[in-house]
Ligand binder design. Sequence first.
Ligand SMILES: [Zn+2]
Length: 65
Amino acid sequence: MKDDQHQKPVKLKCEGCGVEAEFNSAEEAFHAGWDCPPRYPWIVTCPKCPSAPILLRKWQAKDGE
Ligand SMILES: [Zn+2]
């Protein structure tokens, strides 16, 4: 059984500041300080941006629908 599905390249764009970065895998991005799927399926943020305020904004926006 192959376990290389986690190793596919990922291209991320921070939802906080808009910076983009590419990694060989989501795991590598996570170790670089990014919050991203699959660990954080609801958000993509770079190491400089705290994800909490963006998440709060998302959830508040949903409540307003
Ligand atoms: Zn950012």
